[in-house]
Design a binder for this molecule. Structure first.
Ligand code: NAD
Length: 367
């Protein structure tokens, strides 16, 4: 993932650090370094007004450390609004571990990371994200209680991805209801980009619904496996954005909606799991509106995972998790209508609701 915002050489020494990259009133950023295990991680705590900052840990082979910092700043901010709009008493945080999850992740490294999480005394609670498995969270749990998404046999809520996928499915159906007048996806052409943990579960829901599914991924083995498991089509053209589909579901990494791809997008709806889908929230949100593409805000419809891990903290049962996740349908529809009525992008409409909840709580805390 490259960051177009800034490169190391562009940094002006006179400019304030807090004004760089995607800093947006983040409360705390923690750099974690351990020579013995090779751990290099950054924990971003964006906002804790509503509660402790909860958000997953991503392990990724970033091109450079600035990209990693930028990513954690963007992701942690996104978590603040995700929890706020979902009605959870949680703040926004996220962590990134710099490195290749396939070759550089060791139990020692994960435990060391857990020690750093522990040093924050619960201000940040971690969970699984790209490059992480439930078993990694179990390793973190060995050194700190401030982790969610541990195995079910250890008392955790397990892998959050199926619930995330269910929420995305709900958001997609709401967008279809709004755009096509029916939430039935039967016969609708859907392109799922990224068929990892969430993408595969989404494909499963879409298969049951009778959608015409196309999949795309950088991992050829995975593509073949999903094709044979669900009987879906692999989208072979390298340019996925020009695909003549009804719905584009970004389920890989962020910023796939940008100046370059927007020119080519043919889909009528965008609804997927990836975080930070809009490279530039304001501008690209507005362009989508002008083009008449219905965008189901990422931080709203991919909240199933956080609902699932929140349940672990609050002791909710599966029924309550499902009910809360299903409600993503109603919230999405409400936001799409609010955006239309106020002539604003759907992203801004969702953001306004989330920000209002934080402001209200702040006032309550001060009174
Ligand atoms: P994952 O690592 O299991 O899957 C990601 C998939 O995307 C992999 O198959 C990978 O090969 C593929 N991919 C990577 N780059 C690609 C590219 N350029 N083009 C096509 N495919 C590419 O991750 P996941 O857990 O399924 O999460 C997917 C997205 O959803 C991430 O952005 C994540 O942050 C977000 N998300 C996940 C959860 C969750 O519960 N897992 C919750 C909220 C948001």
């Amino acid at each position: 993932m490259t960051v177009d915002v800034v490169k190391a050489n562009d940094l002006k020494k006179s400019a304030p650090v807090f004004g760089q990259l995607s800093f947006d009133d983040h409360e705390q950023v923690v750099f974690c370094n351990d020579k013995d295990t090779g751990l290099k991680a950054i924990i971003g705590i964006h906002n804790t007004v509503l509660g402790p900052a909860l958000g997953g840990t991503r392990m990724w082979n970033y091109e450079n450390e600035w990209d990693a910092l930028n990513d954690v700043l963007r992701l942690s901010r996104g978590m603040t609004f995700k929890s706020a709009i979902t009605g959870l008493n949680l703040g926004g945080g996220k962590a990134v571990i710099i490195g290749d999850a396939k070759t550089q992740k060791t139990p020692e490294l994960m435990r060391k990371f857990g020690e750093f999480v522990h040093s924050l005394s619960g201000k940040y609670i971690t969970a699984e994200d790209v490059g992480m498995e439930t078993s990694d969270m179990d390793l973190v749990r060995e050194v700190t209680p401030y982790v969610t998404g541990i195995s079910e046999d250890r008392g955790g809520a397990g892998n959050p991805s199926p619930i995330t996928a269910y929420g995305v499915f709900m958001g997609m159906k709401a967008a279809a209801q709004y755009r096509f007048g029916s939430d039935h996806l039967e016969g609708k052409k859907v392109l799922v980009q990224g068929i990892g943990h969430v993408g595969e579960s989404l494909v499963e829901h879409l298969t049951h619904e009778g959608a015409e599914i196309f999949i795309s991924d950088i991992n050829r083995d995975r593509l073949e496996a999903i094709r044979s498991r669900y009987g879906v089509s692999i989208y072979e053209d390298a340019d996925v954005y020009s695909a003549d589909v009804d719905i584009y579901a970004p389920c890989a990494l962020g910023a796939t909606i940008n100046d370059d791809t927007l020119e080519r997008l043919k889909a009528k709806i965008i609804a997927g799991a990836a975080n930070n889908q809009l490279a530039d929230e304001k501008r690209h949100g507005n362009i989508l509106r002008e083009k008449g593409i219905v965008y189901a805000p990422d931080f709203l419809i991919n909240a199933g995972g956080i609902i699932n891990v929140y349940a672990e903290l609050e002791g909710y049962d599966k029924k309550e998790i499902c009910r809360k996740t299903e409600n993503i349908f109603n919230t999405t529809l409400e936001i799409l209508k609010k955006a239309e009525a106020n002539e604003i992008s759907t992203h801004v409409a969702a953001l306004q609701i989330a920000q209002q909840r934080i402001e209200d709580r702040k006032k309550l805390n001060l009174s």
